[in-house]
Design a protein around this ligand. Structure first.
Ligand code: BEZ
Length: 219
């Protein structure tokens, strides 16, 4: 697969954004970052998505997360379009920067190219890609949605919380997990270790194998 995927370090590209030019590593610094692309400015689904990102910005900020948008439109287009996005989102301000990548260099390096969608000039367009980048600048999770499917910001918050819990404790989140629910203890943790690591206690599912590998706790 071309470009970055989970486990890869984000390349330290210089980007031109609505908040000026900067290097990606300087922006990420040592914080969690959500880097997300959209197919194009002044398109319907993208307008709803970026407006919802603006609405959720506080949710991300209180979890120590920075946002960074991207499309292949130029800065002038972004600035004009942001007015529509803010109006549609009920006045939530787009406080996060949006990268302008008219030469398509960044979307290629960041694995954000949609294989099907093309601009009016036949140039590739970004998919609805979203990378969650850890403070170590490694990609922890990636979504790759087609242009026709808008992302779900509750799902972005959900997976972010899962990643942050897994980074902090030796746990993972089970099927359909939601923030606040019990997590499972990593199989690499022995029962003796689990007793020390999770003084709040844990309980083990009683399964036919009696192997005791499915242990739930609250963190
Ligand atoms: C949209 O944002 O609605 C959209 C953009 C590109 C292709 C299809 C839909």
């Amino acid at each position: 697969m071309p470009g970055i995927t989970i486990g890869d370090k984000v390349p330290n590209l210089q980007v031109e954004t609505t908040h000026g030019k900067f290097m990606l590593h300087d922006y990420i610094s040592d914080t969690w970052t959500i880097l997300f692309s959209h197919p194009g400015d002044f398109t319907p689904v993208c307008t709803t998505e970026l407006g919802m990102m603006a609405k959720y910005a506080d949710e991300f900020s209180k979890r120590g997360v920075k946002l960074l948008g991207l499309s292949c439109d130029d800065l002038e287009s972004h600035e004009e379009w942001i007015k529509d996005v803010e109006a549609f989102s009920g006045g939530h301000k787009v406080k996060y920067p949006i990268i302008a990548d008219p030469n398509r260099e960044i979307i290629k390096q960041l694995n954000m190219v949609d294989p099907d969608e093309k601009g009016s000039n036949g140039e590739p367009l970004p998919s609805r890609a979203l990378h969650i980048i850890g403070p170590d600048k490694l990609v922890k999770l990636s979504f790759l949605y087609p242009a026709t499917t808008g992302r779900n910001m509750e799902e972005v918050v959900r997976v972010l919380e899962s990643l942050q819990k897994a980074a902090k404790y030796k746990v993972a989140t089970p099927v359909n997990w939601k923030p606040g629910e019990e997590v499972v203890i990593s199989p690499s943790v022995s029962d003796d270790q689990a007793k020390k690591m999770f003084p709040q206690g844990y309980h083990t599912a009683d399964l036919p194998s009696k192997k005791g590998y499915l242990r739930f706790t609250q963190v």
